[in-house]
Design a binder for this molecule. Structure first.
Ligand SMILES: Nc1ncnc2c1ncn2[C@@H]1O[C@H](COP(=O)(O)OP(=O)(O)OP(=O)(O)O)[C@@H](O)[C@H]1O
Ligand SMILES: [Mg+2]
Length: 253
């Protein structure tokens, strides 16, 4: 069975789309067959995060509603051939299918892939319901901030209630200096607050938005600690026993 992973958060802007794009590239680079699906109906941007631009002719609503065949909505990444992508409808009103119909659509495609990553919008709602209906795992992306943690606790409860077998936490935008000065929560406090197993941590890295704005891929640059962090997380998703990156001398290593 493929791993169908909903990437969700309570709060907006925690980095779900960035995480989805980086993990998709890292998994595909490791030889896995990956399908990345943009579930942010109406506000899609996973296409941009994957460096694909406006190349999609059909979106997932077209495929679910029978306007095109499911495979017609699948785009093969030009650089990473085992990474495929389906974009969200740009008009939210097109997403008038049920969560069950979305889950059936994903089930029909999933056997071709090792991993299906579903990039959710923030919080609860129709797109979240769809993603969670299709998923058997979840990655909850949070940032080390008390508001985000409270919302993550809530989403963690909902994901568990909905029968997701495996939910793990990814703490993004971690700034060691802020932790050392007590400006932000430390990782142990975050794990205690959310009570989910930790999948990994990624540092705050200003290169990420700079690279995204210049349509460059941070996963192409192994000199970046964020590239190594996402690669480390992808390895843990694949079941490799690699330790989570640790903070040493103010940096993740
Ligand atoms: N680790 C990071 N370090 C620095 N900036 C980051 C990091 N992760 C994401 N960002 C930046 O944060 C912003 C929000 O990221 P992103 O769009 O991935 O979040 P999101 O959770 O998908 O947002 P939304 O809830 O709106 O869907 C972007 O400008 C992105 O470049
Ligand atoms: Mg997003």
């Amino acid at each position: 069975m493929s791993a169908v992973i909903a990437i969700a958060s309570g709060k907006g802007g925690t980095g779900k789309t960035t995480v989805c794009a980086c993990l998709s590239v890292a998994l595909s680079r490791a030889g896995k067959r990956v399908l990345a699906v943009d579930c942010d109906f109406g506000l899609r941007n996973l296409d941009l995060a994957l460096g694909l631009g406006e190349t999609a002719v059909f979106d997932l609503a077209d495929a679910i509603n029978g306007i095109c065949a499911p495979e017609d909505a699948v785009i093969v990444h030009p650089k990473h051939k085992t990474l495929h992508f389906i974009c969200a409808p740009q008009d939210e009103r097109k997403a008038d299918f049920t969560p069950a119909a979305f889950a059936t659509f994903v089930r029909e495609l999933e056997m071709k892939y090792d991993y299906v990553l579903l990039d959710c919008p923030a919080s609860l709602g129709h797109a979240f319901d769809c993603a969670v209906a299709a998923a058997n795992e979840a990655i909850l992306v949070t940032i080390p901030q008390s508001y985000a943690l409270r919302d993550t606790e809530k989403i963690a409860d909902v994901v568990t209630e909905r029968g997701i077998e495996r939910a793990r936490l990814l703490v993004n935008m971690v700034r060691p200096r802020h932790i050392n000065r007590g400006y932000s929560k430390n990782i142990d406090d975050i794990i205690d607050a959310v009570a989910l197993p930790l999948l990994g941590v990624a540092p705050y890295d200003e290169n990420i938005s700079a690279y995204q704005n210049r349509r460059m891929d941070i996963m192409d640059d192994p000199s970046l600690v964020s590239e190594r962090a996402f690669d480390n997380i992808a390895r843990r998703i694949m079941g490799e026993r690699v330790p989570i990156l640790k903070f040493r001398n103010g940096r993740l290593r």
